[in-house]
Design a protein around this ligand. Structure first.
Ligand code: NAD
Length: 500
């Protein structure tokens, strides 16, 4: 049965397996308090899922979500959602079985390339309290090295030109235009809530928008934004692979729901968010979100997550793809990989992490292994490996740098770094070529070819690696050894040498 508002009661009756659907009022008097840019899989499995729970269990009626797509390809999502009253299904899969939930919190979608004015007006509307973002790292125009806005990017240049004030292209152009209108109308500014996987996501968003506002030239507006707009930092977590065509078929066969674009995810989800909002917020703690007073609290949770979850993902992804695997759970099924990931977490990463009150770090590690082993969400290695130049320096190298500092063990971390140094060549251990999806691919491949088994060429890339790494002889030795072994014997033969 096709998914839409009218069919909801029949869908529940006809479902062969348990299916939940919204029973709350949608549309009508319900206010759209959230505008979300970047309606991909993750937003639909995470923020919109939490909001659906608040609406269903707590009767929240002033924070429905209006989705916004800025990219040309977002018309596909708009059409999929608009064709089914903006409903969609989240399928939670684990080894124990699957559960499906029709989500009703998204109640509108605006496709910016067709109507930019509608997007600006929506953000400037008095009902809007939060503009949230999952626009991927590239959407922030953030220069990792200088920590500045990439203001010479043609898209930002376009939006900085006052002649284009009402026809922006980038997230910052839209935020700025809408904030100008709110200020003129005497409204409070909305909160800008980044839900992207970046360290200090809120602070980066603040810094980029403040720079944009200054460059735009109206000092009063820039000062108002700097003073009044809140940009909470947050740590987000829920593994959400890209939807595969087979997921639609499975949803239809198991639950009887015809959904143009469902989302498949894991049962686990987490959100730690700094309690800093400019114009009110939904009672997120009622549905299990950890709302914390201090940015430092968010950072500690984030550090655990980036080093343990994302670091382990790198340990699974790069060596796993070189060894010829396709999915995360396949890699974790290999006994040596399983031991390796566990030992790296326990012996090299965990000792460097701060204790967080109320958090049992061993229990967290066990949960992670269980999540990685989940055979049902089919998490693709290329997704995990995508953009390694943004990942290895954030997920692996900081543990190594700290281990150097306190003279702690780091052999396994070096194995992962070496696997990535080899991975950028784009050929696996069976001689099969694969796509290296990375904005720095050319430079990485040049340096990898120049260095061979000597890692110094890649380490010389100043935007990725610091002198603390480059100048440490113990680190260079470990990395070189791992690189030589991987090149000579391949991943699977080398791995046992890194196990206790
Ligand atoms: P996705 O490909 O399903 O969706 C990405 C969305 O970002 C699309 O709507 C796209 O149009 C938009 N986008 C891309 N570039 C943009 C730009 N320059 N400006 C504005 N919008 C832009 O991906 P996803 O799985 O939803 O992941 C999105 C982000 O969510 C990730 O980059 C990450 O930061 C965060 N995240 C994802 C996961 C996960 O498991 N998928 C987990 C935690 C956090």
């Amino acid at each position: 049965l096709k998914l839409n508002d009218a069919n909801l009661p029949q869908l529940v009756k006809a479902a062969a397996a348990p299916l939940t659907v919204p029973t709350y009022t949608r549309g009508g008097s319900v206010k759209q308090g959230i505008v979300h840019i970047g309606v991909g899989g993750f937003h639909r499995a995470h923020f919109a899922y939490y909001m659906n729970q608040l609406m269903e269990k707590h009767g929240l009626a002033d924070y429905a979500i209006c989705g916004v797509g800025l990219q040309p390809w977002d018309s596909t999502m708009r059409d999929a959602l608009a064709g089914q009253d903006y409903l969609y299904t989240v399928v939670e899969r684990s080894a124990k079985g699957s559960a499906a939930h029709v989500i009703g919190s998204i109640q509108n979608f605006l496709f910016a390339p067709e109507n930019r004015e509608a997007v600006i007006a929506k953000m400037a509307h008095p009902d809007t309290h939060i503009v949230s973002l999952t626009i991927t790292e590239s959407g922030y125009f953030y220069n990792e090295h200088t920590h500045e806005l990439q203001s010479d990017d043609p898209a930002i240049q376009h939006d900085l030109d006052p002649a284009n004030a009402d026809t922006p292209n980038t997230t910052f152009g839209f935020l700025y235009a809408a904030l100008v209108r709110r200020r003129a109308a005497g409204l409070k500014p909305f909160t800008v809530l980044s839900c992207d996987n970046m360290h200090r996501n809120g602070s980066i968003t603040r810094s980029m928008l403040e720079t944009f506002a200054k460059l735009r030239g109206d000092a009063d507006v820039a000062a108002w934004i700097a003073e009044k707009v809140a940009f909470p930092n947050s740590m987000v977590d829920r593994i959400t692979p890209q939807t595969a065509p087979a997921d639609k078929v499975a949803l239809s066969e198991t639950f009887g729901v015809e959904d143009a674009w469902p989302v498949v995810t894991e049962p686990f989800m987490q959100w730690v968010i700094e309690d800093r909002f400019s114009d009110g917020r939904p009672p997120l703690e009622k549905v299990g979100v950890q709302v914390v007073a201090d940015v430092l609290d968010v950072e500690q949770f984030e550090k655990h997550k980036l080093r343990l979850l994302n670091g382990s993902h790198s340990a699974i992804g790069y060596p796993g793809q070189l060894a010829g695997f396709s999915y995360v759970h396949e890699v974790m099924n290999h006994p040596d990989f399983h031991k390796f990931v566990w030992q790296m977490m326990q012996e090299e990463v965990k000792p460097l992490l701060p204790a967080i009150e109320g958090v049992d770090i061993d229990a967290y590690c066990h949960t992670l292994v269980e999540r990685f082993e989940n055979p049902t969400i089919m998490d693709q290695l290329p997704r995990i490996c995508l953009g390694g130049s943004g990942k290895i320096p954030k997920f692996i190298m900081p543990s190594i740098a700290e281990a150097i500092w306190v003279t702690a063990p780091f052999r396994r971390l070096c194995f992962v770094a070496a696997a990535w140094f080899h991975y950028v060549n784009g050929v696996d251990d069976n001689g099969n070529k694969f796509e290296v999806d990375d904005p720095m691919r050319e430079e990485l491949q040049e340096k990898a070819a120049e260095g061979g088994t000597n890692p110094r060429a890649l380490l010389s890339i100043g935007t990725l690696f610091g002198d603390d790494l480059r100048n440490d002889e113990r680190f260079i030795r470990e990395l070189t050894t791992a690189l030589e072994l991987i090149k000579k014997d391949g991943i699977l033969k080398t791995l046992p040498k890194y196990l206790d």
